[in-house]
Design a protein around this ligand. Structure first.
Ligand code: GLU
Length: 278
């Protein structure tokens, strides 16, 4: 009996300590001024995609993540903190990005993320840095030419957990069956193995997949606008203002257009004006 009481006491003490640690962690996070800390450390930690060709894709040859968002984040970091500053990249997926930002693992999310009303309740967003639209990727010659065919044929459409694409397609094509995968690499594998007749997300991401898989094509037009913004914690106003200022400067200097061209010049019919829309 005595031992039981002692063990219970120990457990209680442990729980109390861990609760205190969590509380302190959150408190220091709430008090942290991200802009100030990053200026001191000359580093910004960005959450980026590593499964998305053209935007952020891990190159297994040198273990570096490469893409439009990586180059833009690097340009913004240097614009904000100086030429010798460092952009640090941490891999996120559509479902891990929000908790990683809220837990303070990253300073900002630059990961094909659209500022939806629901997300705006939880985090703040920068000005728009890329204008995409939701579309479909299908096998060449497919009978699915648009989202209405998807609906009529009651087809299975593949998407990714944590993306708003899965909710959007369920609204526009309520008869279609939506199958959600963990990330875009897995969604593409599922399409190729015939687990669905189409894959849905933003056209820019789908272009990257079609470049890599020439047997597949992006259907014409998009059915919903999907602008991208950089997500930051709501209490980091200084940081957000600095990001917006840097974005403006990088656009004005022509660097933004240079980066856009570097990544999208191979995409047939890519609409630069639309993508760069502010
Ligand atoms: N833009 C959409 C979103 O924010 C789809 C791309 C993604 O999964 O990141 O959810």
């Amino acid at each position: 009996m005595k031992r039981l009481i002692r063990n219970l006491g120990l457990l209680l003490a442990l729980v109390t300590v861990s609760l205190m640690v969590t509380a302190c962690g959150n408190q220091s996070l709430a008090k942290k001024n991200v802009l100030k800390t990053d200026q001191q450390e000359k580093t910004i930690t960005w959450g980026v995609k590593a499964d998305t060709r053209l935007f952020g894709l891990l190159d297994t040859k040198d273990n570096k993540i490469k893409g439009f968002e990586i180059d833009l984040a690097t340009a913004l970091t240097k614009q904000m903190l100086g030429k010798d500053a460092k952009a640090k990249f941490i891999q996120v997926t559509s479902s891990t990005r929000m908790p990683m930002l809220k837990n303070g693992n990253i300073d900002a999310i630059m990961a094909t993320m659209t500022p939806t009303t629901e997300r705006r309740k939880q985090v703040a967003f920068s000005n728009q840095y890329f204008m995409a639209g939701q579309s479909l990727l299908v096998k060449k010659g497919s009978s699915i030419k648009n989202v209405h065919d998807l609906n009529k044929q009651k087809a299975t459409v593949l998407g990714v957990v944590g993306s708003d694409s899965v909710e959007n397609v369920a609204k526009v094509a309520p008869q279609a069956k939506v199958l959600q995968l963990t990330d875009y690499a897995q969604a593409m594998t599922a399409l190729k193995s015939g687990q669905g007749q189409a894959l849905t997300t933003d056209n820019g991401i789908l272009y990257g997949m079609s470049l890599q898989n020439p047997g597949y094509e992006v259907t014409r037009g998009s059915f919903i606008s999907e602008p991208y913004g950089i997500a930051m914690n709501k209490n980091q106003k200084d940081f957000r203002l600095a990001v917006n200022k840097a974005l403006k400067q990088v656009r004005a200097s022509g660097e933004y257009n240079r980066i856009l061209h570097k990544w999208f010049h191979n995409v047939k019919g890519f609409d630069y004006k639309e993508a760069a829309k502010e």
